[in-house]
Design a protein around this ligand. Structure first.
Ligand SMILES: CC(C)(COP(=O)(O)OP(=O)(O)OC[C@H]1O[C@@H](n2cnc3c(N)ncnc32)[C@H](O)[C@@H]1OP(=O)(O)O)[C@@H](O)C(=O)NCCC(=O)NCCS
Length: 174
């Protein structure tokens, strides 16, 4: 699959079956989040979700929202967009195996950054699973220490066995 044959656009209501298929393909059981949760997040922040499509349909998605640096969405928790946001929080990015490694994940992330920069939001942040840490590091994200114990507990909720999760952040105006 060539990257030129794939296009990105804002997520629509009819995209959820395709999104759920990509999620099921890329995450193991414990990390799966129900469709109702994804729909509720999109309703809470409808202009911060995008999909990528190839000739077979949806091959990638990104859900983000405007938040406060240091806050973490609990696994299976809802988005609580902040009116005075200082970070564009990337909650979930997944790319189907048929389209991975050709820049689609990066392209979706850049859509989020563009929106945040237009609004003067200075940071982007996320929780990275161990398996994706190098990907985020290459995009410029660095470990960002959490001071609030409640947020720390939320972060721990993403960990499994020996696999750590990391809170990472990036300065968008740097
Ligand atoms: C992580 C993920 C979103 C990356 O998407 P992608 O479209 O394959 O990434 P890109 O093609 O934009 O990759 C950009 C660069 O990072 C590299 N890269 C991609 N995934 C990587 C990973 N997991 N670890 C290290 N490097 C990775 C690519 O090789 C590429 O390198 P290059 O610029 O030298 O060619 C995708 O592999 C995925 O869906 N993984 C499963 C779900 C997941 O873990 N999501 C993140 C949750 S925190």
């Amino acid at each position: 699959m060539s990257a030129e044959a794939i296009f990105c656009r804002p997520l629509r209501e009819t995209d959820f079956p395709g999104v759920m298929t990509v999620q099921a393909e890329r995450y193991d059981g414990r990390m799966l989040e129900p469709e109702a949760t994804l729909v509720a997040r999109w309703i809470a922040s409808p202009d911060t979700a995008w999909v990528a499509l190839d000739e077979s349909g949806i091959c990638a998605y990104l859900f983000g929202y405007r938040s406060i640096l240091g806050r973490i969405t609990p696994l299976r928790g809802l988005f609580e967009p902040a009116p005075q946001a200082n970070t564009f929080y990337l909650h979930d990015l997944a790319v189907s195996r048929r389209a991975h490694g050709i820049g689609i994940g990066t392209r979706l992330v850049r859509l989020g950054w563009e929106l945040a920069r237009r609004e003067g939001v200075p940071h982007s942040s996320l929780v990275s699973l161990e398996s994706a840490r190098t990907f985020w590091h290459r995009l410029g994200y660095r470990i960002h220490a959490l001071t609030d114990p409640e947020q720390h507990d939320r972060l721990r909720g993403y960990e499994e066995n020996d696999a750590q999760a990391f809170h990472m952040a990036l300065d968008l105006d740097a």
